[in-house]
Design a binder for this molecule. Sequence first.
Ligand SMILES: CC(C)(COP(=O)(O)OP(=O)(O)OC[C@H]1O[C@@H](n2cnc3c(N)ncnc32)[C@H](O)[C@@H]1OP(=O)(O)O)[C@@H](O)C(=O)NCCC(=O)NCCS
Length: 178
Amino acid sequence: MRSIQLEIGALEPLTSEHADEMFHVLSDPAIYPFENKPPESPEWLRTRYAFLEQRCSPEGGEKWLNWVIRLKNGGLAGFTQATVYADGTAQIAYVLHSRHWGKGIARRAVQAMIGELAREFGVRRLVAVLKAANERSLRLLERLDFREADTAMDKRFRDTPDERVMQRQAMLQRENEE
Ligand SMILES: CC(C)(COP(=O)(O)OP(=O)(O)OC[C@H]1O[C@@H](n2cnc3c(N)ncnc32)[C@H](O)[C@@H]1OP(=O)(O)O)[C@@H](O)C(=O)NCCC(=O)NCCS
């Protein structure tokens, strides 16, 4: 994994050294109305990030790719994440502190990650699973040209009835031409 430059800063490969800074970002209660909960402590997060730093599942079948979003002013806004499966599908996720919502930062960061996944990790298809009530996440995905998943992908990735599964090709025609 490598750093990816953005107009607004950079995506840095996540390491356990990001735990203290990310603890503050992820302690924002506004992040969790639909799912998950804040990390218990910086130590807990450090242990989790050390595990993720292996960058692949114990059996080696999945790549785990995590980047933090470093802003030009030096602070961290959040993270982007992809789990890459052997068939070229990547499931993506993203979380920003609410101070950084509504500015197009998530869109730029996720778009940059998608380009990296297609170019460097052989990803051909992207999928995202969200709670149906998470309208901000849905708007972000729609802006990035994700559409409702087909039946097979929905069956493969949806765990509960209150979720939606969205998908798109990793590299769109117009992006190929850019
Ligand atoms: C989901 C999440 C990342 C979306 O963040 P976001 O800031 O709304 O997403 P974007 O980067 O696309 O920003 C879009 C907003 O910025 C505005 N914006 C301002 N300048 C912009 C620019 N230059 N380019 C694009 N959008 C811009 C857009 O108009 C839009 O405003 P709106 O929210 O009023 O529609 C964020 O809400 C989040 O972290 N939520 C908690 C975690 C979560 O739910 N994760 C997803 C789990 S599935």
